[in-house]
Design a protein around this ligand. Sequence first.
Ligand code: F6R
Length: 367
Amino acid sequence: EKAGYDHFMLKEIHEQPKAYRDTMLGRISEDGRSVELPELKMTAEQLKGINRVHIVACGTALHAGLVGKNVIESLVRIPVETDVASEYRYRSPIITPDTLVIVVSQSGETADTLAALREAQRCGARVLAITNVVGSSVAREADDVIITLAGPEIAVASTKAYSSQLIAFFLLGLYWAQTVGRKDEAEVANVLAAMQALPEQVEKILAQSEVIKQVAESISHHSSLFFIGRGVDYAVAMEGSLKLKEISYIHSEAYAAGELKHGTLALIEEGTPVIALLTQEDLYEKMLSNIKETKARGADVLGIVNEGREEEVAKSVDRQFAIPRTLPLLTPALSVIPLQLLSYYASLALGHDVDKPRNLAKSVTVE
Ligand code: F6R
């Protein structure tokens, strides 16, 4: 049932092109110029009445929510807050009649997320769920549901469910932007065309897994490392760091690259591995200066860069991995792939149980 792969996690990493296609299927108009979400019960008028968003989830799903915040804020231009479900529930969240609460959950059974959903509804909010499991508690109780079509995810560490949640956020953001008239047809069509290229671009990344495997083997000897990025790269850095910790038990920290110098630079020593994400062209120069700060302390830097930048980046990093070009908004759907492979191969190199890491359950049904 692992279809020839050594582990479910590796199989699921490789299923991402299909998961992207399936999650987009039937949700893009035939002419490729608009998003259709017939599953939403919410009317266009109701959507137009939403002026703020809370995205609530746990773990990896919350990390997808951080990307979702970026997507909704940049496409729709309404304020989005993100919160840990177990915090949201107990902090008397400020929910106004024009607030939409979006909960994200692969399993749809996470107790903290379910409790946050119920609390939001109790306060009068409309709740939209992004989940991978039809008929799950979250899917049943939410007012609206967008199902990700990642297929069953067996490995405890989430990969294809996370990345399919990103696709769901792209679709929702575009649908919303077109509904409220924030983006015209040509702009929507442009993003949709880039989205439809993602599955093939993921294939291209997967074909270079060997490069990441080598980096993973070298980092597996270290006890601590850093993931840095700016903007949406910071959100992906957080997911990369969590994934590594979950299955390799190597300590790592994700840092907004500009924040390092405000605290933890001293933890970077000779040989400390730093994974630097550089997919956001407008933040590129700033990232290079942050990388320089780490290099000055002896960091061993792996840069995740956009194709075409390799030559220029070569003098600033020790090693690099190039991802195919896409729109800045969509890069997380590509840049997370090498990070998933990195944690997989690091765990493998250390001889851990990749699919069943210690102290982590596939669905956490206690609060
Ligand atoms: C798995 C992971 C966990 C889950 C979290 C939420 O890699 O990181 O943190 O993401 O327990 O699970 P769901 O999405 O099922 O609500």
